[in-house]
Each structure stands twice: as structure tokens, then as C-alpha cells.
Design a protein around this ligand. Structure first.
Ligand code: BGC
Length: 765
């Protein structure tokens, strides 16, 4: 906060005009730095098992070697501007002036470069290799948004385990994942990479994925270091436009965005990545309040912070750093430990030290954090990947895991007259639509490396699932574009069938980084295709593939059933067929609200009440004149082929003292659930709470517990949630982090979506 505070004080001291002058004087005298405390390193973590070696090594390093450890270069320019830095990386590795390389994989390739660092440089410090392994390396799992829809953290953990094994055996020590940017913006393409709109759900998944990547011992041949990203509030980008401004109060920062990072830190996440956006006027890369005061001091985080791609240098474009040297100074002093792609700290560090604008103490702190991870990963003892043991593709077992995971992520949005599941003995089935036989199922973060492995298409999956059926296919229209010429054939194919499966959606390049849409309906002529199939008279179901919530319009109710299948990964077609034919009873739930129209965005379930919530009987209430109130589908929604009865929450106590909660006391909330239908299936028991009167207005409800349970027909069980101060209280605007547990009532709701009705009240005294 010091940087921010300093600026505030200047403004306050002299009014607007003088503040401008004061700022000019400050820059002319040399930009602020250690003198105002910003260069002070956070307190060192308690000594770990490698500390003596870290300090001994640090003692032998020159300033250039130390600055080199802070540098990460890009082997290829695949994921950012500026192109690859291959030759520069090789030179720096030999000179012992490089800490890490990204966008590199392959046992042989990484070993060749590692040899330059280990065998040619003066101190032989190994490099750490990082890659965006977000939802699989070879074995592509469903996108993270889909994984969240499983409401089953084991799905994320499995993905991370499989990914870690494939990555580590290919020389990759570090996955830039999990991404935990909570967002209210379906236009934002990166919604695909996160876990949706809820901080609690995201926190649970962040911890699970961290555990899956890292295991108990980072030296293991099948584990990698994880990276919690992007710190922070990146999902709050104005208008959903990527990289855009975020202005956020301290309370919202803590209540909405920071929780998942805290959960990842508590789960031992090895690294954290800064975000591209500004946080209330200060770029995250220069934001000492976030990177040091909260992360490293308040949370005692002992890992390191990596910048995002060129993020340090881009502070000059933001209008925060005067030049590249200034950017390096601001980043290091704020708490960035390693610079990705841009080279400001390595280039100007010596000069900044000489001028007293950064301190040796802070530099050493950053280097020590990086060396510690290299020791934890066992890189000094085993710097090389075993080239004979490299996993070179998906296996039968990993495909089976990906298929099971994908089937668990699917959300049955509608199912009129129980049209689904389909009968495998159906005589003729038409698979129509641009994604019916498409291999574009992998999702936005399946890197160029996976092109060799063809995903199972929906058509393949349907043929496997219903081997005796006559299965036909027509594309109808392209995934985008204006041509409607193929619709006639698609209608003919549908007419000749007993049922049509219409597979529509958006291609995977329409979500992900820098892939923002202003219109989130089905692209191209796909709605026209659906309308034509509806007119054909053949019963049809819609399978939606998407990296975000889509707006649906009139076609929604023309379909007998709609299944949201997201971007389901390499086994997508089989997993979709598993659900369509009922081998798997769908149990996924929406991790994000589906709006009726773009004009409603932001729309999210955990909003605050206005003083005039919508009331159809009263004109002067909060609403849109031209749209029905509320979402198309609420957060937590998802149907099953069976039915469940969820009881009211039962509290272990009806009253508890705030003081007791503050001291660590907890309450138990029990919820019973029974399968009342005719099939075995999964239900997600969801527990929400509301604090109806608080000193800072609270959301109308927020998720505080969930459990996915599988129940046979007629069977029941009770799920139990333990809740303490952090669940029942809320964070205030206090920059030093104040959690308030206030006296009064807390209402609990249990059910199978955010519309949960069954209610009980706890009184805090
Ligand atoms: C993204 C990060 C990613 C990095 C490295 C950036 O553009 O924002 O999420 O890890 O590139 O590829």
C-alpha cells in the first residue's frame, strides 16, 4: 500500500494542482524507492530444509547472476507479443544469467538447454521450465470452467495429476495453473480458464488443482510446481474486454477476488502470477499492497511471484512507469520476483541498485525465493528429464480419466418430457450441426502441441454408444459465417431420422485470452439451423459446446432438451454420448449465471440487494423494461434423469457467540438428500447463506458449502458442513485485512441451485 498511500498523501497535502507539481518534483529528484520503504523485503519465511544451501549459494553470486535468476525468457512467442527469445535464452543460460524459460517442453529440448545452464555456467544453477498446462498436456481435459461445473474438486485434481505426469516427464517443472480469476463477465474470453463467478467454488477448485499438480513432494517425477494466477481481480475487466481497467473497493477485493488465492496459498502453491490489469489505478505488477502487504506479509507467503508476459514493461504503457528502468524498479519493489519475457529488471537492476532505487536486501529476497523452489523441485540433484521415460501421448488410462471427468462436467439445462436419455435401440439418429463431427472440442488452452491427438467427435461417440442405430450426419452450417446453403440437407437428414442431435456452439478460438465477444449468442447461422430442424417435426435435442455462458433466445424452448457440454476435451464425443444415452446420469451444475441477454451483464447470483429490488407491482424498482427479470439459468442449476429431495438445513446450534467464532469455534450444518426418482444419479447439495443486516451490505446469498453425492434410487444420505468465522463473517474496507463477524442473524438455504428455498436461521450474539 505504501506506494498508493504516498501518492494519496501528496494529493491531499497540496490539492489537485499542487499535487501535480509535487509529483513532478518527486520524479525530478529521482523516483521513489527504498527511501520510502517500498524496497523493504517482506520478513523472511521460517527457515526450511534448504535454507543453508540457498544462503550459501546466494553468498557466491554476483549481482549479474542474481539479476539473471529473476529473468524468465520465452522459448517460443506462442503466448505473447514479441516473438521467441530462443537465442537470447541460450546465451543467458550459458552465462548463468537466466532463471527460467517458458513455452518449452520435450525431454530432449529441455535437457539441451538445461545442460547449457548446469554445465557451462559458472555456478551451474539449473533452469526452471514453465508451460501453460491448463487443462492437460497430451490428454486434454475439459476446460476449467467445465471442471467447476462438475462441483467435484476431484475432477480438477485428476486433471492436474495427469497433466503433472505428462509435463514433468517432458522436462516441464512448472504449470502456469490454476487460474482462479472470479468473474461476472461472460463476454470475457478467459472465463473459460477459470471456475466461474463464485469465490467459494473457485477457492475449493484452486486448492484441489494445486494439490493435484504438486502432491506432497515436488521432487517426484510426476509432479510440477503450480502457479496461482492472476493476482488480482483480472476477471473484473470493465466491459469484459481483456486487460481492461479494474477499479475495486478493498472489501470487494477481499470478499470476491482474493479468497481463491488465499486457498491456493494455504494449499502450498509454489508460485503466484501477477495480472495484467490495474487494481484501482495501480497496475498489479506495481501493486505493493497486493503483492507484498497482502500476499507476502499478511499471508506469510514464501513462494515467488512471476510477472505475466511482458507485464512489467507494460506498466510504461499503462501510464504508471516513466520508462523501462522505472518499470523494473516498480515491479521489484512491489513484490514481483521473476520477470516473464520483458527484461527490465535484468537490464537496469545494476543501475537501480547503484542509485539506491532498489535494495540488495530485496534483490536477495527475490533470488532466494526462486532458488528455494529449485531446491524443492530437486533440480540441483536431478536437473535433467529422463528422455527414455518421457510420456509422449495420452494413454488408455488417461483417456478413460478424461472421459469420466468430461461426463461429470456436463449440465443438463432443460429436458422436456424426459426426452433424454435417448434409447440406444433408436433406429435412426441424425447428428447435425457444425460441431457434430468437429474435432474442435479441446478448448482454448490446448496448446499447439496436442494437434497430433484427434479428439473423439460427437458423431464418433454416438456411433460407439448406439452401434445398432443408423447414424447419419449433416453439418448444416459452418460454426461462423453467413452461408445457409447446407440447411436444406440437414433438414432432410433430420426428417429421415427418429431423433436429431443438434450440436452447436462456439469454436475454441472464441474464448481464451484476448478472445472477447460483445455478442454471446450462437455465432453465424446456427440459430437458423436450429429453427429449420424444429420445423422438420423430428424431435431434437441440442448439445452446446462453449467456453462461456451463451445467450439463447427463442430457440431454447423449441428443443426437447439442451445439454451444456462446454469444451469437453479429447474424449468429449464419448462423454457426451455417455450422457445422451444415460450411461452417465448428468450431475453437473452451472458455475456461472447464464444471462438472457448481453444487456443484463453483469448478472450474478451473489449480488447485493438494491433499496428497490425488482417488484412487478411497482414501477420504481430495479429492472430492465425490455427483458424478463432474472437470468436465463441461475448459478447452480442443472437437471438429472432422476429427482432428489433436499431437506432444510439443520444447525448444530441455533445461537453462537461472535467471540467464540472469532476464537475458532465452528457450527455444523447438516442437510439430508434423497433420490426420489427411478434412476441412480448424482446431486449437488448446495448450502447458501445470507447476512441480512451488516455494516457493509452483503450479497443476497452466497455459497458456503457444496457436496456432490451419488445415490441409488430411493437412497438418502446426510451431508455435513463445518462453518467458522471466515464462512460467516466478511472482509471490510480495512487495507490491513479485518474480518468482521457481527452480531445478528444468518439465514441458511439448502437446495440444488442458487434458488435454494429450504431455510434456517442462526443467531450470532
Ligand atoms: C497469460 C498467462 C500465461 C502467460 C504465459 C499470458 O499472456 O496471461 O496466463 O500463463 O501468458 O504463456
Amino acid at each position: 500500500m505504501t506506494d498508493v498511500r504516498r501518492r494519496t498523501v501528496l494529493a491531499a497535502a497540496g490539492g489537485t494542482a499542487i499535487a501535480g507539481k509535487a509529483a513532478t518534483i518527486a520524479r525530478a529528484q529521482g523516483p521513489p524507492g527504498p527511501a520510502d520503504g517500498t524496497g523493504k523485503p517482506p520478513p523472511p519465511p521460517p527457515p526450511g530444509p534448504h535454507e543453508a544451501r540457498v544462503q550459501a549459494l546466494l553468498g557466491r553470486m554476483t549481482v549479474e547472476e542474481k539479476l539473471g535468476q529473476l529473468q524468465q525468457l520465452a522459448w517460443t512467442g506462442d503466448t505473447g507479443p514479441g516473438g521467441g527469445q530462443t537465442a537470447q535464452a541460450e546465451k543467458a543460460a550459458r552465462a548463468g544469467r537466466l532463471g527460467s524459460v517458458l513455452n518449452i517442453y520435450g525431454a530432449k529440448t529441455t535437457n539441451t538447454l538445461q545442460r547449457m545452464a548446469v554445465e557451462k555456467s559458472r555456478l551451474g544453477i539449473p533452469l526452471i521450465f514453465g508451460l501453460d498446462v491448463i487443462h492437460g498436456l497430451w490428454t486434454t481435459f475439459p476446460i476449467p470452467l467445465a471442471q467447476a461445473a462438475s462441483f467435484d474438486p476431484a475432477v480438477a485434481e485428476r486433471d492436474a495429476e495427469v497433466s503433472a505426469k505428462e509435463a514433468r516427464s517432458n522436462g516441464v517443472h512448472w504449470a502456469f495453473s490454476p487460474m482462479m480469476d472470479v468473474t461476472h463477465e461472460p463476454r470475457w474470453g478467459r472465463i473459460a480458464e477459470g471456475n466461474g463467478e463464485d469465490p467459494y467454488l473457485t477457492a475449493v477448485f484452486a486448492a484441489a488443482k494445486t494439490r493435484g499438480y504438486q502432491g506432497d513432494d515436488l521432487r517426484a517425477k510426476d509432479r510440477v510446481a503450480a502457479c496461482a494466477k492472476h493476482l488480482v481481480a483480472y476477471g473484473g475487466a470493465e466491459g469484459g474486454r481483456d486487460y481492461n481497467t479494474v477499479d475495486v473497493s478493498e472489501a470487494r477485493l477481499r470478499n470476491l477476488y482474493l479468497g481463491p488465492f488465499r486457498a491456493a496459498v494455504d494449499a502450498g502453491v509454489a508460485t503466484v502470477m501477477a495480472s495484467f490489469n490495474t487494481v484501482s489505478g495501480v497496475p498489479a505488477h506495481g501493486n505493493r499492497h497486493v503483492l507484498t502487504s497482502i500476499l507476502k506479509e499478511e499471508w506469510s507467503y514464501d513462494g515467488f511471484v512471476v510477472s505475466d508476459y511482458n507485464g512489467v514493461q507494460e506498466m510504461t504503457v499503462h501510464g504508471y512507469a516513466a520508462d523501462r528502468a522505472d518499470a523494473g524498479r516498480l515491479a521489484l519493489n512491489a513484490g514481483v520476483d521473476m520477470e516473464m519475457a520483458s527484461t527490465t529488471i535484468a537490464e537496469y537492476g545494476k543501475r537501480l541498485l547503484r542509485n539506491g532505487q532498489i535494495t540488495t536486501a530485496r534483490l536477495d529476497d527475490a533470488v532466494a525465493r526462486i532458488l528455494r523452489l529449485k531446491f524443492r523441485l530437486g533440480l540441483f540433484a536431478h536437473p535433467y528429464a529422463d528422455e527414455d521415460a518421457a510420456v509422449t501421448g495420452p494413454t488408455k488410462a488417461t483417456r478413460a480419466t478424461a472421459r469420466e471427468a468430461a461426463a461429470r462436467t456436463m449440465v443438463l439445462l432443460t429436458n422436456e418430457k424426459s426426452t433424454l436419455p435417448l434409447d440406444t435401440s433408436t433406429g435412426a439418429i441424425a447428428v447435425v450441426g457444425p460441431f457434430g463431427d468437429s474435432t474442435d472440442l479441446r478448448g482454448s488452452w490446448a496448446g499447439p502441441w496436442v494437434k497430433a491427438f484427434r479428439p473423439v467427435t460427437v458423431l464418433d461417440g454416438v456411433k460407439h454408444a448406439a452401434p445398432r442405430a443408423h447414424v447419419t450426419h449433416a453439418k448444416g452450417v459452418d460454426a461462423a459465417g453467413k452461408d445457409t446453403g447446407g440447411i436444406r440437407k440437414a433438414v432432410a437428414v433430420a426428417r429421415a431420422a427418429d431423433v436429431a442431435i443438434v450440436v452447436v456452439g462456439e469454436g475454441s478460438t472464441l474464448s481464451g485470452e484476448a478472445s472477447v465477444r460483445s455478442d454471446i449468442s450462437l455465432p453465424g447461422q446456427q440459430e437458423k439451423l436450429i429453427a429449420a430442424i424444429a420445423d422438420s417435426g423430428t424431435p431434437f435435442v441440442v448439445v452446446l459446446l462453449s467456453g462461456r455462458p451463451l445467450t439463447m433466445g427463442g430457440w431454447l424452448h423449441s428443443a426437447a432438451a439442451v445439454l451444456e457440454a462446454w469444451h469437453p476435451g479429447i474424449e468429449g464425443g464419448n462423454a457426451i454420448a455417455d450422457v445422451l444415452f444415460g450411461t452417465v446420469n448428468p450431475g453437473g451444475k452451472l458455475p456461472v449465471t447464464f444471462p438472457r441477454a448481453v444487456g443484463q451483464i453483469p448478472i450474478y447470483y451473489n449480488h447485493e440487494n438494491t433499496g428497490r429490488p425488482y417488484d412487478p407491482a411497482n414501477h420504481y424498482t430495479s429492472k430492465y423494461l425490455d427483458l424478463a427479470n432474472g437470468p436465463q439459468f441461475p448459478f447452480g442449476h442443472g437437471l438429472s434423469y432422476t429427482t432428489f429431495d433436499i431437506g432444510a438445513p439443520r444447525l448444530s446450534v441455533s445461537r453462537i457467540r461472535a467471540e467464540a467464532l472469532r476464537k475458532g469455534d465452528t457450527i455444523e450444518v447438516a442437510v439430508s438428500v434423497r433420490n426420489t426418482g427411478r434412476r441412480a444419479g448424482d446431486e449437488v447439495v448446495q448450502l447458501y447463506l445470507r447476512d441480512p443486516v451488516a455494516s457493509i451490505v452483503q450479497p443476497v446469498r452466497r455459497l458456503c458449502g457444496f457436496r456432490r453425492v451419488g445415490l441409488g434410487t430411493g437412497k438418502s444420505t446426510t451431508v455435513r458442513f463445518r462453518l467458522g468465522a471466515e464462512d460467516l463473517g466478511f472482509w471490510t474496507h480495512d487495507p490491513d485485512g479485518e474480518l468482521l463477524v457481527q452480531k445478528g442473524e444468518i439465514q441458511f438455504y439448502a437446495g440444488n441451485s442458487s434458488l435454494a428455498k429450504a431455510e434456517r436461521t442462526l443467531t450470532i450474539t
